[in-house]
Every structure is written in C-alpha cells, then in structure tokens.
Design a protein around this ligand. Structure first.
Ligand SMILES: O=C1O[C@H](COP(=O)(O)O)[C@@H](O)[C@H](O)[C@H]1O
Length: 236
C-alpha cells in the first residue's frame, strides 16, 4: 500500500490525473471503474483540462463502482456528474461508457451489470478484473456504496449488489468486495477534514476499524494507493 499526501484537493487532483494518464498508456483497452463524490468531480475537471488531448480516450472504457438508483438526468446521478465534468469535454466514444442504469429496477440492474462485467472484462478465478478502480470514502467509512450497516454486502456472492443509504433510504447498485479486491490497481481519492477521523482509524488499525468498508479494501495481487490531502491525513 502506498499513501500519498498532498497540500490540498487540487494538488490531489493534479497528481492523480498524472497517475491516471500514465496508467492508460497500454496497447489494450483500459477498463476503469469510477466513483462519485466530491473529490472525483475536481479530478474529472482536471483530467479534461490537462489531459483532454493527451490521453487516447478511445482506449479507455468507463464503468462505475457504484451508482445511485436515480435517472441519469438526476442531480444525484454519479453518471450525470461524470458526463458534465469529463465526458462532455473529451473525445470518448459513446460505446466506451458503460453506465449503471440507475433508472432501472435495482435488483435487475445489479444482475445485468454483474453479467456485463463478466462478459466484458477478463476474469481471475471467476471474478471480473478492472485495470483500475477509483474509490472515495464517505465520512462514515463507506466505500463504493457498501455502508457500515450493511457490511455483509462486501462478501456477497453476487458481483454487484443492491445497497441502501443509511439516512435517505436511497437504493444504490455497488460492486462487491471480491470485484474491488481483484482489480490490478485500486486508488482512493479522499480529501477534507471530515475524513480525518476514519482515515486515522483505518490506517492505524484502531479498535473497530474492520466495521468500516473502506478498511476491507486490500487488493489480492494489485496495488493499493491512497491519494489524500493534508486535512484528510492530519490524524496519521
Ligand atoms: O455516496 C457516495 O459517496 C462516496 C464518497 O463521496 P465523498 O463526496 O464523501 O467523497 C463515493 O465514493 C461514492 O461513489 C458515492 O456514491
């Protein structure tokens, strides 16, 4: 595991974008799962500004680690956020964008998306393998859409699961733990003072750390990177 600490959110975005550009330099299709959240938004802006013409976007296939069960036009949609901050600003073929259909019935969509991953991606011991999974971490220690109150979903047999937001009750579709931990690279993007407490608990393995889904991210043979700003890393 590598922990990278930068001055502020924009520097995290700049450094992550350089890392992302480097990762995509391969001859075969590069399959990445995106996350929603506040830090990816600024990362997508930075990628579009700095690498819009410098990445072979035709080679990059976009998936999601989680999606809110809302239509793609809804303000809460992770897809909508990515479209506005990245896709509308780069030359990526429509067929490279494999969104979770948040407007569909959640259970059926989780099954459809798991099936899509199993068809489109290489598999390791039956589990679809991404080149890179980008993750955020919520203030409560959730990652993708696996929340502490439903931590059993991490070990679910299905590669995509239906989760429920603890406060709003909103349904989500999320990758399970097996898919996350099978990726070749997993990169957390975590910034802001609200994350400090959970970052410290997880990284210092303080009592009870395993109740936080973000603590369960341990790629079997891939690399794990945490991109943090100073505020999120203040407790380390
Ligand atoms: O609900 C979500 O939140 C997490 C973390 O977001 P942040 O704004 O606290 O950074 C995100 O990783 C996930 O994709 C999203 O659906």
């Amino acid at each position: 595991m590598e922990v990278k600490v930068y001055e502020d959110k924009q520097t995290v975005a700049t450094e992550f974008s350089a890392y992302f550009a480097e990762q995509t330099r391969q001859d075969k299709p590069f399959n990445v799962a995106l996350s929603g959240g506040s830090t990816p938004r600024i990362v997508f802006d930075t990628l579009a500004d700095a690498y819009g013409d410098n990445i072979n976007w035709k080679n990059v296939h976009f998936y999601w680690g989680d999606e809110r069960c809302v239509p793609p036009t809804d303000e809460q949609s992770n897809y909508k956020m990515t479209k506005e901050h990245l896709f509308d600003r780069i030359d990526v073929p429509e067929e490279n964008i494999h969104r979770i259909l948040g407007e569909n019935d959640p259970k059926g969509e989780a099954m459809r998306y798991a099936n899509l991953l199993e068809i489109n991606l290489d598999r390791v011991e039956g589990v679809p393998q991404f080149d890179l999974i980008i993750l955020g971490m919520g203030d409560d220690g959730h990652t993708a859409s696996i929340f502490p109150h439903e931590i059993e979903l991490w070990d679910a047999e299905d590669h995509c699961v239906v989760a429920t937001h603890p406060d709003s009750g909103q349904k989500r579709v999320s990758l399970n733990g097996a898919v996350i931990n099978t990726a070749k690279e997993v990169a957390f993007l975590v910034t802001g003072a609200a994350k400090e407490e959970k970052v410290a608990i997880i990284h210092q393995e303080k009592e009870g750390f395993k109740q936080y889904p973000a603590a369960l991210v341990k790629p079997k043979s891939g690399n794990l990177l945490w991109f943090l700003d100073k505020e999120a890393a203040a407790g380390l």
